[in-house]
Design a binder for this molecule. Sequence first.
Ligand SMILES: NC(=O)c1ccc[n+]([C@@H]2O[C@H](COP(=O)([O-])OP(=O)(O)OC[C@H]3O[C@@H](n4cnc5c(N)ncnc54)[C@H](OP(=O)(O)O)[C@@H]3O)[C@@H](O)[C@H]2O)c1
Length: 248
Amino acid sequence: MSEFIKEQFFIVTGASSGLGEATALELNKQGASVVAIARREDKLKELKSKCANPDNLYIEVKDLSQDIDNLPDYIKTLKEKYGKFRGMAYCAGAGSIIPIRALTYQDTLKLFNINYFAPLFMAKGILDKRNNIGKGFSLVCIASSAGVSPSKGQCIYSGSKGALIMSIKAISKEVSSYGARVNCVSPSIIKTPMTVNDEGILKDDNKEKYPFGWGEPHDVANMICYLLSDKAKYISGQNYVIDSGGSL
Ligand SMILES: NC(=O)c1ccc[n+]([C@@H]2O[C@H](COP(=O)([O-])OP(=O)(O)OC[C@H]3O[C@@H](n4cnc5c(N)ncnc54)[C@H](OP(=O)(O)O)[C@@H]3O)[C@@H](O)[C@H]2O)c1
């Protein structure tokens, strides 16, 4: 049975690759309409061609690191085009391994822009009651297990994800008054273009930490779709680590 109907619109950022792509495909398969956002239009077109219900997948090309202050207005524009949203999965993001000795302010700002400031201001936009359906609305942001249990070289990455986890927790207390829910999921190492192209991450010795090995994108997408659905109607302000029990 389908979990969603096509009149229910969800934004998925980072839909051109990895965890965002898997989430967009799963939501679309489960019957929802998906507004898929990323910078690479060719990849979004590929995504549409892979969808179970391609007519219910809408492409929006956007660099979320630019003009962050105006992201709430961007959400308003999307609302005017598609109607009020039932939910959003914020899956855009970037990784970074930089030791403290090599840190620059510019590197820090760049990573925080896409991993922290952009989700925060997209959240501000979509949590505006004029842009969402009200009770039943659900937002899920992808943080990282590094946001609660960092490794060497992750001082900015873990900082950006830890900050996101705490902000989402705080926001949950503001929006519960009208029945909206917000949560984070925090995966460990999942096989996506972000990790498979990085030999340092997918080292065999690293693998032993995780009882079930590396995760697959759908392991995370399934959890996100659950949290976006009414099955999770009593869950808000949480951060779910998805790591086969290995990273903490
Ligand atoms: N894979 C893992 O092991 C893992 C583990 C924990 C957490 N995470 C987190 O999960 C999220 C997704 O990671 P992934 O593995 O799916 O990575 P990925 O395959 O590299 O995908 C990253 C996505 O973010 C989008 N994106 C990046 N910068 C953007 C920008 N400025 N504006 C708009 N979109 C942008 C990319 O789209 P375009 O390039 O087309 O714009 C792409 O769709 C990240 O936040 C990552 O930190 C991943």
